[in-house]
Design a protein around this ligand. Structure first.
Ligand code: UDP
Ligand code: MG
Length: 339
């Protein structure tokens, strides 16, 4: 069962009587799960309308340049269900940018958006709870994973290490919260004002500061298909998160440099003292070790600096985040990438 906690008390009055809810679902090669996901989400939306938690609903799939049959399937589902809509991005831009594309559309057309992964590993039963919070005036509701029993040991350990590191680096990320969250239109509007191209949404949303709440849920297994976040992508996501939100690694390099200087001063003093004592120092091992150690530390420091320089390079180019190639129900005006 899903339990919940209010993090901040509401600041504004209840949501409007007519509430248009949009579920934003990024998809990359998700043909195996789409049928089941559509069935479960459309049933949920129907229930939400029935219970009066939403008056109008849209299920928005953002196809992130899939190479399998994901887009034709989205088109077929959009034909079959009037509330299903699809955006096809021109090429694979990654989960965060695909989500951004969906949230941009939602901000233009809906009152409130909930983002969720296509494999429905996140508990959809948390969405009605999120909507209750929304109607009580909460702007952001974070879905927080309570347990990771279904994850492999490796995934669980690396994910927890990731959140700990994020907290140590002052990124403001909420422990065990990924990209399953509700956002009101005004928070979407605020989010879309961020100009950066290096997107790390869970840090960006946490920095918005509107009234927020948390809903806890158990994460289940992927129904079908495979994870699009292997170790390599997880590592690059973690590095992105840290370097987009924190300058602490740069401070660490400075501290490391200071520590090295202190050690060097001691070593110099020891060397001089040994020289004055007239002792011959063998020195080969210590030299070898220190050369490798200092070399490694310098390369690491250059790498960290390079990460930030690379980020600045990408930001100054100011390229569009994505291009929409196709849209289902094209009678609606197509959403443009923000500049
Ligand atoms: N995804 C995406 N673009 C990508 C990679 C992933 O839109 O380049 C989507 C994917 O279809 C899924 C979500 O991002 O809906 C999360 O991916 P996944 O479930 O594979 O990640 P995991 O749960 O293993 O961390
Ligand atoms: Mg998943």
């Amino acid at each position: 069962m899903t339990t919940e906690t209010i993090e901040a008390m509401p600041q504004h009055t209840a949501a409007p009587a007519d509430t248009h809810l949009c579920l934003v679902v990024p998809c990359y090669n998700e043909q195996e799960v789409l049928a089941d996901t559509t069935l479960r989400l459309t049933q949920l939306l129907q229930r939400l309308r029935h219970e009066g938690l939403a008056t109008r609903t849209t299920l928005l799939y953002v196809d992130d340049g899939s190479r399998d049959g994901t887009w034709p399937l989205i088109e077929a589902h959009a034909q079959a269900h009037p509330e299903v809509k699809g955006l096809k991005l021109a090429h694979n831009v990654g989960h965060q940018h695909a989500l951004w594309a969906g949230l941009t559309w939602a901000e233009q057309h809906c009152d409130v958006a909930v983002s969720i992964d296509a494999d429905l590993q996140d508990d959809i039963e948390a969405i009605p709870h999120m909507m209750h919070y929304y109607h009580r005036g909460i702007d952001i509701v974070y879905g927080v994973r309570r347990a990771r029993r279904t994850d492999t040991w490796f995934k669980r350990t690396t994910a927890l290490a990731f959140y700990r590191l994020m907290q140590m680096m002052d990124t403001g990320v909420i422990y065990n919260h990924a990209d399953f969250r509700l956002m009101s239109r005004r928070t979407l509007h605020a989010l879309l004002c961020f100009e950066e191209r290096n997107l790390f949404l869970r840090g960006m949303v946490a920095s918005l500061g509107f009234p927020s709440a948390m809903v806890y849920y158990d994460r289940s297994e992927r129904q079908a298909g495979e994870s699009k976040y292997p170790l390599r992508r997880m590592l690059s996501f973690a590095i992105d998160g840290i370097t987009s939100f924190s300058v602490r690694p740069l401070q660490c390099i400075t501290y490391l440099g200071l520590v090295c200087m202190c050690i060097a001063a001691c070593v110099i003093a020891y060397g001089l003292w040994s020289y004055l004592q007239g002792r011959t120092v063998q020195g080969w091992t210590s030299q070898l070790v220190s050369i490798w150690f200092v070399g490694g530390a310098m390369l690491l420091a250059c790498g960290v600096l390079g990460e930030y320089v690379g980020k600045i390079y990408r930001e100054v180019k100011h390229r569009p985040r994505y291009f929409v190639e196709q849209e289902t129900h094209p009678d609606n005006p197509p959403s443009q990438p923000p500049h």
